[in-house]
Design a protein around this ligand. Sequence first.
Ligand code: SAH
Length: 248
Amino acid sequence: MRIEAISVIPQVFEAYLDASIMGRAQRAGVFSFTAYDLREWTHDRHRTVDDAPFGGGQGMLMKPEPIFEAVEDVSARAEEAPHVVFFSPCGTPFTQQVASRLAQQKRLLFVCGRYEGMDERCYQLADDIISLGDYVLTGGELAALAVADAVVRLLPGALGDDMSAVDESFSDGLLEYEQYTRPADFRGMKVPDVLLSGDHGAVDLWRRQSSLERTARLRPDLLEHVDLTPSEREFVERLAHTETSGDE
Ligand code: SAH
């Protein structure tokens, strides 16, 4: 996959994407990354990318001309038109499902906002507008990195053989089960016996129940969109019931 980003601080991406798993994936050819400085597409001496909002109010907005020129110019640098992603607290909430959808693309172009945001007309260029969550960042760069990271780790070859993106949180719509490593007894905190039993059937059942229990406790909203067997439904309802009667 080819990933590109347009930003006024293009230097912030490198340290993260060149390190660890992302760095290895780049060197292995799983993805390539290029960041462009938006100021390359300005034409005045001060390389201006922002302007005051019509109607008055606080702060500055990113003006449309450099953004349109940058997106058009970068898009034309390869045959495949990019899937263009903008970032905003007003966008679609970013989820694992959105990451999977973006992982199908051959080319992603991220456009990172700054200041008080962008002239609304810029969003005409967007195939997706993504929000990282219900809070406000100073810029789209962290959002672009979060999206790039979540997307890249879904690409074939990104995680070595020893890791898998199949069996973890959200892959089946649930939170991941509890996990433990050595020692089996740490400061009196014991690993559940079943995990030491060597009984794979029992381990699988325990993991599924751990996953259901944790999701029901921490993120009951996720259960509304998950296919459960009748006995799993019953298990979850029993949990909810025990919790309610415990409160009484
Ligand atoms: N005034 C805007 C926020 C601008 S923040 C508003 O109230 O909606 C400046 C830039 O940071 C945005 O253009 C966007 O690119 C990025 N940004 C801020 N918060 C974000 C979030 N929750 N998700 C994704 N991008 C965000």
